[in-house]
Each structure stands twice: as structure tokens, then as C-alpha cells.
Design a protein around this ligand. Structure first.
Ligand code: CTP
Length: 446
């Protein structure tokens, strides 16, 4: 008996799936269909699947082509399945041409013609209400945002704003319908904005967008003053709009899993958090320009502060900054932030290289997250008795912005104004600490 195996998500089952299954079945006598589990799809960054795994299995079953249906739940499973089920042919659509050649060591690999003009993505887009997004700024973050937004349902990026450089070239490169160098005109064409402009402009752009009735997703540092953050949240509430700080690590599944493990007491009571982040840059650049709020702290502190505040709260008792300054900006800053029950420290460099890891020490054990901890693709829970240590691995898709975009969209669609992943109070506390740094409160120069 010739056994054939194929895999897919099979979301909103369509004509293309039917033809693929029919062709795969015709390659042999017995067809096994692997349907991805919900967590496997989420883990590989496919966040927009509509049908859950039970529904997807049921629709594959209803086609009548599958002799057996299995669940695909982990990376590398295909090799295991092919050997376990003694499979003769692995078949997949031609959109994967070449990607599965490594399976030729185990069985025959066949790329079947893909049906043109239909896909689950297309059907999902037809189902969803689509929100018109505009990007404020056309730099590095804006470029990353566009491919990431594509994997989230309900977003159409239709415009870009930039007062200085030409937004036109950016719009053309990414196929956006509009561009503008006039902010009011730009706001008229969109329902929500992603602010990825230089630090000093965040507050002003966010305020004007909210005043014009637009939802706001704002890059880090959200604001450089606590009062500005409070004002923006109050303004958004008064206008029934969503505003969210785009602190990407706070929204990624691996970091959230780490938090829930720690909060559930896996390392006992948390007594210390040490975290670090550095990226070397060379002048001339905005990051080293004092007039543009450059420097290690403004540039790098929001994510480490988020992690400390998530783990220890915002009721700290005392703090001290130590900075090494060159040409008016801190090329290195260490913040010690102490709590009545715990200590923490954050080490940041822009002209000094630091390790970039995070260690959370508790009364029963500790968590080690290697550099770059803010991508959290791996962490280990360690104990005195090393046989109890556990390692956790995650795949991090793309640039990881998709998780914050998905949360932002879910807040808009469901009318949710606050996110437990990064609460307004937490964003305000982060801005408050940044303000203290810039006002040189408890500040010593090295
Ligand atoms: N497939 C196909 N023709 C299509 C769509 C899918 O032959 N028009 C095949 C894929 O190549 C794959 C299988 O169907 O072998 C399952 O693909 P899946 O990823 O579930 O389908 P898509 O519609 O491509 O889903 P998405 O848009 O989410 O990527």
C-alpha cells in the first residue's frame, strides 16, 4: 500500500484545499493529513487563523479524501511522522517548492500545483472589518511594521506621513495608496495610527491623532514625561479610543509565559531582577544626538523597565542613576531601582557593550534569559538541584511586532481600552522613570 502524507492549516476550507487533497490522494492508496494545532500556528506567528483545530479537522474529514487525520504540533514533526507511519510520498502545494527537499532523505517529495486565485488569507480578509492604518514616520520601525501587520487580520495600511523626507518614496516602495507631509490631511485618511517618529515628537503626534478621533499605537519611548502619558490616556478615555505603548516584548507569547511561571511561584518570591540592553551605534546619528533625546537611557530603557515593573510592580522605594556621558548624551547608564521587598538593576549601553541578558532571582530558584532577553526565544528555570532545571524554547517570527499589533487590533475590535499585557499605569510608571532620568533626579555622572 502506497502511503501519502500532506500538511496544512486548512482554515476556512476552500477549493484550493479540496484540489490539493484530491491530488495528494491520487498519488497513492492511503492519505494521511496533518492539521496544525492552534498553538503550533500561534507559535510560528500565524495569528489570524479563524477556525479552531477541531473545526479544521472536521472540515478536512468532511472532504472524504483523508484516510487518517493527525495533528501537527511541533517543529520537526514531519520527519517523525514519515518514519512512524512508514510514508512513501510527502505532498504539498507548489507555494512550498523546494522548502521540503530535506525530506527526500526519508521519502519521495512531490510539489503539487497550487490553485490560483484563492487562499485562506484572502477569505479571512473578506470576512473582517478592515481598519485603515497610517504610519507616522518612514524610518526603520515603519519598514518593519508593514510585513508584520500583514499577518494580523483587519488591517489595511493605506498611508504614511513624514514632514521632512519624502513619504512618497516610502508609499511607492510598499504600495501604499496615499502619503502626506501634512499631518491633519494624513489623519483624515485613516482610522488608526502607528507612531514611529523620533522620540520628541511622540506625545504631540499622539495627542493630535487622539484629538482627531484616531486610535494610537505609539513606539517606545511612549512619552518622556509621566504627565504626558497620563494626559494621553485620559484623552483617549474621554474620546472612547484605544492607545497602546508598543513595548513589543510585553506582548510576545514567550515573555508572557515567563511572567506567568514566575507569578505562579516557580522560583519562589522574586528578590532581584537584573537586566541589560546595549546596542553600539556610531555618530552622527539621532541616537547620539542630545537635542533629539538620544542616549542609552532614552533609547533602551523602556523594555527593561517594562520587565522590572511587570515583575516587581511600580511602587519602588528608591532609585539611583549612574551615567557615563560623552558629547551631552549618556553612552552608558545603570539604574538601581529598589523595592521594599526586592532589588533590581538595569544596565544600558549605546557606546558601551553589556551582556544583554536577564536574571530573575527568587527564594527557590532563578530564571536565566540569555541575550537578547527582549526577544525571549529561550529561557531556563534553574535550581540548586540542577536535575530540576527546565529549559523553554520558542520560535520568534519576523520582527515580533505582530503580537503588539494583534493586541492593539483586538482592543479596537472588542472595545477594550486597557491591556493586561501592558497596562496604562505601567506605561505611566515607565515614563515617570524616564522623566526622572532626564531631570537628573538621583543622578551621578561617572
Ligand atoms: N493550497 C493550494 N492552493 C491554494 C491554497 C492552498 O494548493 N489556493 C495548498 C497549500 O499549498 C498546502 C495546503 O493547501 O499544501 C494547505 O495550505 P494552507 O496553508 O492551509 O492554505 P492557504 O489557503 O495557503 O492558507 P493561508 O492563506 O493561511 O497561508
Amino acid at each position: 500500500m502506497k502511503k501519502v502524507i500532506t500538511y496544512g492549516t486548512f482554515d476556512l476550507l476552500h477549493e484550493g484545499h479540496l484540489k490539493l487533497l484530491q491530488r495528494a490522494k491520487a498519488l497513492g492508496d492511503y492519505l494521511i493529513v496533518g492539521v496544525t494545532s492552534d498553538s503550533f500556528d500561534r507559535g510560528r506567528g500565524k495569528l489570524n487563523v479563524k477556525n479552531n483545530v477541531l473545526e479544521r479537522v472536521a472540515s478536512v474529514k468532511a472532504t472524504g479524501y483523508a484516510d487518517e487525520i493527525i495533528i501537527e504540533d511541533y517543529l520537526g514533526q514531519k520527519i517523525d511522522d514519515i518514519q512512524r507511519f512508514d510514508v512513501d510520498v510527502f505532498a504539498i502545494g507548489s507555494d512550498w517548492e523546494g522548502k521540503f527537499d530535506y525530506l527526500k532523505e526519508y521519502c519521495e517529495v512531490v510539489y503539487l500545483p497550487r490553485t490560483e486565485g484563492i487562499s485562506s488569507t484572502m477569505l479571512r480578509e473578506r470576512q473582517d472589518a478592515v481598519y485603515r492604518f497610517g504610519i507616522v514616520g518612514s524610518g526603520r520601525m515603519a519598514r518593519r511594521f508593514i510585513p508584520e501587520a500583514k499577518v494580523v487580520n483587519g488591517i489595511e495600511i493605506c498611508s504614511v506621513y513624514n514632514p521632512a523626507e519624502s513619504a512618497e518614496a516610502f508609499a511607492e516602495e510598499f504600495g501604499l495608496a496615499c502619503w502626506s507631509d501634512n499631518y491633519e490631511e494624513f489623519l483624515e485618511s485613516v482610522e488608526a495610527v502607528y507612531i514611529a517618529s523620533p522620540h520628541l515628537s511622540h506625545y504631540e503626534y499622539a495627542k493630535r491623532a487622539l484629538s482627531a478621533g484616531k486610535h494610537v499605537l505609539c513606539e517606545i519611548p511612549f512619552c518622556l514625561k509621566r504627565s504626558q502619558a497620563e494626559e494621553l490616556f485620559a484623552l483617549a478615555a474621554s474620546k472612547n479610543l484605544v492607545i497602546l505603548e508598543a513595548g513589543k516584548t510585553a506582548f510576545c507569547p514567550s515573555f508572557n509565559h515567563l511572567l506567568t511561571l514566575v507569578k505562579s511561584g516557580i522560583i519562589g518570591e522574586v528578590v532581584d531582577v537584573k537586566t541589560s540592553l546595549s546596542k553600539m551605534v556610531s555618530a552622527p546619528t539621532r541616537e547620539l544626538d542630545a537635542t533629539q533625546a538620544g542616549g542609552a537611557f532614552n533609547e533602551h530603557s523602556p523594555l527593561p523597565l517594562m520587565a522590572v515593573i511587570k515583575l516587581l510592580g511600580s511602587e519602588y522605594s528608591d532609585f539611583q542613576f549612574h551615567s557615563k556621558v560623552e558629547n551631552g548624551v549618556d553612552i552608558y547608564t545603570k539604574l538601581d531601582l529598589n523595592y521594599p521587598h526586592a532589588t533590581s538593576s538595569i544596565t544600558l549601553g549605546i557606546g558601551v557593550k553589556t551582556e544583554g541578558n536577564m536574571v530573575i532571582s527568587g527564594t527557590k530558584g532563578y530564571v536565566y534569559v540569555p541575550a537578547p532577553w527582549w526577544l525571549t526565544s529561550f529561557f531556563e528555570i534553574r535550581y540548586e538541584d540542577q536535575s530540576r532545571n527546565r529549559k523553554y524554547f520558542y520560535s520568534w517570527d519576523g520582527d515580533g511586532l505582530r503580537y503588539e499589533i494583534q493586541e492593539f487590533m483586538s482592543m479596537i475590535v472588542n472595545g477594550r481600552k486597557n491591556s493586561y499585557k501592558l497596562r496604562h499605569e505601567e506605561s505611566e510608571a515607565i515614563c515617570g522613570i524616564i522623566e526622572n532620568f532626564n531631570s537628573k533626579v538621583n543622578y551621578k555622572e561617572l
